[in-house]
Design a protein around this ligand. Sequence first.
Ligand code: ADP
Length: 587
Amino acid sequence: MAPPTGAALIARALHELGVKVIFGLVGIPVVQIAEEAIALGIRFIAFRNEQAASYAATAYGYLTGRPGVCLVVGGPGVLHAMAGIGNSNANAFPLLLLAGSSETHMVTKGAFQEMDAISLLTPHTKIAIRSSLDSIPQSLTNAYRMAWYGRGGPSFVDLPADVIQGEGEEIMAHVVPAPPRAASDPEKIRAIAKLLKSAKAPLVVVGKGAAYAQAEVAIGKLIHQTKIPFLPTPMGKGVLPDSHLSNTATARSAALKGADVVLVLGARLNWILHFGESPKWNEAAKIIQVDISAEELGKNNGDAELGVIGDINIVTNQLTEALGNWQYNTSSPFVKSLKASAAKNEAKAAKTAKVDKSPMTYARTFDVIKETIDKLSPPEDGGVVYVSEGANTMDISRSAFPVEYPRLRLDAGTYATMGVGLGYAVAAHCAYNLPSPEAASGPTTGHKKVVCLEGDSAFGFSLAEVETMARYGMDILVFVINNGGVYHGDSDDSDAWLKLQNNTIEGRTQGGLRSSSLGWEVGYEQLAWMCGGKGFLVRTPEELAKATEEGFKASVPVVVNVIIEAGQAQKLEFAWQNNSKKTKKDA
Ligand code: ADP
């Protein structure tokens, strides 16, 4: 029998590591690795662009709690997949990127797709190495382990063509056990428990690190036992049910402003949490941050002395035990203020959601989608995964779609990256729906429907991936919230839009379309038809409800193109507007 090729050895090592899905885009010679992997029963999900494939692998890592694997060609393939490396770093999602490269003896000759990927990626990865034929299992195992252990992040293995195509000797890869989990110093836990007990306005912030750590049982027990109010971050939503009585999400500002002792579980004090600083936070708040990464503690307004290094599951259990049967008095002024604020905000949102206008508003659009989906699959079933991106689409939909279980909501994340949505949707479909699903959330063990809420600009970054969904028979439901622009469109009126395009609008003499303009009522729904899916163009709540129901029940990808009000929500302050204001004021 001929000795195995490098490609076969790489595929076998991945198989030994327990890899079930590879996301990527092949070319010569990495196609051989993909084919060997498929022959071993690993699913290869082939994308139309490495960027989307690399994003998908990061989301798969987050959802499954193990590194997502991405395979690309060298040179340009690596450059495109850099997006996933950045995304993995920023979000602390584990990713193993594998890429081909030119033959080792060709280095510096200007070979096919030659690029020094190791130098490029070393500063951005936990490990970036080149494998030889002999070191395949060792290189892959270590890179996989390093992406996974400690804070999740990216690893890279460069696979030269002569390694992929050479013939080697079978060496078994080592099994990599789940990362060891650290507990905290019991004395520190006692001190923190004492501080929490002394708080007049305690708060627990639940971040996406808690969702990644699958700490829902431990955190649920802590909140149930102590009755401390909690606030989820955008992707921490669902670790505890949104419907939970202690959830302060609809009183977010009041919670941050009023809390005097805050326990942060798996979230960083970055822009998402206003850096833990006043005026959004109470200046005197004591912040206890629990994180797997020591480097995170003491950043911005976090008090390093109160910081706890350890695994959220273990540390939370330690704290729950140390707090004993102590319970926070929920008739406190803090809780009263939270309830008042929540009632006010919820009433306002409920009123806005029912305002009928033509074209529809964001709020009305999300209300119709939610009501229709809830009838088909109630949130308590945990049968829907929401993916959301686009500045306004993501912000406004966040509170419109409650989730009851962890890891059922993905968004643009720490980097606020637009363009992740379709890759994330494919990843979620794979994590939850392939035979032997790797992710778990909620009571629904069967199929989960992936619903994508995409701003029209965000959708444009990777719209070719609708074909990927169709090719693999993924029944993903995509809504394109179409206001014809980045942030907002120019006009609800096609004549006015044409004037802009033709540079003939009054008061604006040159320059044509604004930088934030997109095409007038682009027919995004036709993309789905083009590749064997279904598409609908809708303008009214009735049309939207019908398309949502049909789309939800479909077994192919569906794109619902929802034309909404162009000038809604966040407006960009354009330079020409600012200048004119300034001139007036200055004058
Ligand atoms: P969010 O976007 O929800 O605010 P971040 O991504 O900023 O959340 O923060 C997540 C944090 O969770 C990171 O600092 C990461 O190190 C931490 N983390 C991830 N897994 C664990 C774990 N098992 N135990 C403790 N901390 C963890």
